[in-house]
Design a protein around this ligand. Structure first.
Ligand code: NAD
Length: 316
């Protein structure tokens, strides 16, 4: 499988355009799902403390390396700092827990998961802490960012970045960062193309990873009314027409649209047929007209908004 990559700045490291999402993969199947994803050709794994399955992701990685399917250097592992660890003294603590859970000695990309700082929850009390008791404990982003930069200096992280940040917060980080964020990780799918934010971030040298590429699909199972009321992207007429034209699935068309826009994708599935299908996106091309049709599907419909589930309106 010919996977392509994006070059990260300032490090010059390559980040695969195709990755595998691990949110909501149940612990008891994660090691196997991750092993099979690597076997199917995925080289980037998108992980997080908050997903509660980093130990099992690490087991899948270990098995794939032991069986000679990949080397550590061929993999690109992303993880994320959770909201309860934004104080400078908690950043290395949380990072080292992730590193040891994954069983690795370095991580390729570490992101601030949300621009939200919640009260610290000690590991022995609850791990992962999820949204904890939702008590906010504001920490300026510059404090957290400086601690993230120290992780790069320690040699345990290759690149750092941010997730769920707006343009204004990016401007803030860029104003003081000694090591600039390499990646912006945000929700991107045809119903929320985030084109202005993507253009802005790319103009500042950041690469983009889009998450929840299939829009409502991931949120229907969480009982989100917004997702339940939306037309599923897999049944959307314009996408179906383009998919039929290329003899591909709608999922492949969505992922292809993203990578053609230089947005890295991280689809999640535990079904081996879909896992293989989602990886096969580099052997066809959408026309400029088809790209325009999909660019024009923006509603915008945001599905992952902490205003809804944590009463913290970061996008207000
Ligand atoms: P997704 O968009 O990858 O969709 C997953 C859903 O689509 C599942 O229900 C799956 O069964 C279905 N699906 C997958 N492939 C399919 C196919 N080919 N045909 C039909 N259905 C298919 O959802 P996601 O998990 O929300 O996003 C992907 C990853 O992004 C996550 O696993 C996680 O790693 C990351 N993420 C990050 C954040 C963040 O805040 N940084 C938030 C959400 C997700």
């Amino acid at each position: 499988m010919a996977t392509q990559s994006l070059t990260l700045h300032p490090s010059g490291h390559k980040m695969p355009l195709l990755g595998f999402g691990t949110w909501k993969v149940p612990k008891d199947t994660t090691a196997d799902v991750v092993f099979k994803a690597i076997e199917a050709g995925y080289r980037l794994l998108d992980c997080a403390c908050d997903y509660g399955n980093e130990v099992q992701v690490g087991q899948g990685i270990k098995l794939a390396i032991e069986k000679g399917i990949v080397t550590r250097e061929e993999l690109f592992i992303t993880s994320k700092l959770w909201n309860t660890y934004h104080h400078k003294e908690h950043v290395p603590l949380a990072f080292n827990r992730t590193l040891s859970d994954l069983g690795l000695d370095y991580i390729d990309l570490y992101l601030i998961h949300f621009p939200i700082s919640l009260k610290y929850v000690p590991f022995e009390q609850l791990y992962p802490p999820e949204w904890g008791n939702m008590e906010q404990d504001p920490v300026p982003v510059h404090e957290t960012w400086a601690a993230m930069e120290d992780l790069v200096r320690s040699g345990k992280v290759r690149d750092i970045g941010v997730s769920n940040f707006s343009a204004i917060l990016l401007m803030d980080v860029l104003s003081y960062a000694k090591i600039k964020p390499a990646v912006l990780h945000i929700e991107v799918h045809p119903y929320l193309n985030n084109s202005d934010l993507i253009k802005f971030a790319q103009s500042k040298g950041l690469q983009i990873t889009g998450y929840s590429n299939f829009g409502p699909a991931s949120y229907v199972e969480l009982g989100s009314p917004v997702a339940q009321n939306a037309v599923p992207l897999f049944k959307e007429e314009r996408l179906s027409k383009i998919a039929t034209h290329h003899n591909r699935t709608v999922a492949q068309v969505i992922l292809r649209w993203l990578v053609q826009n230089k947005v890295a994708v991280i689809p999640k599935s535990s079904d081996p047929v879909r896992v293989a299908q989602n990886a096969d996106i580099f052997s066809f091309e959408l026309s400029a007209k088809e790209m325009e049709v999909i660019n024009g599907m923006n509603i915008p419909l945001r599905l992952n908004d902490p205003a809804g589930y944590a009463n913290i309106p970061i996008y207000a």
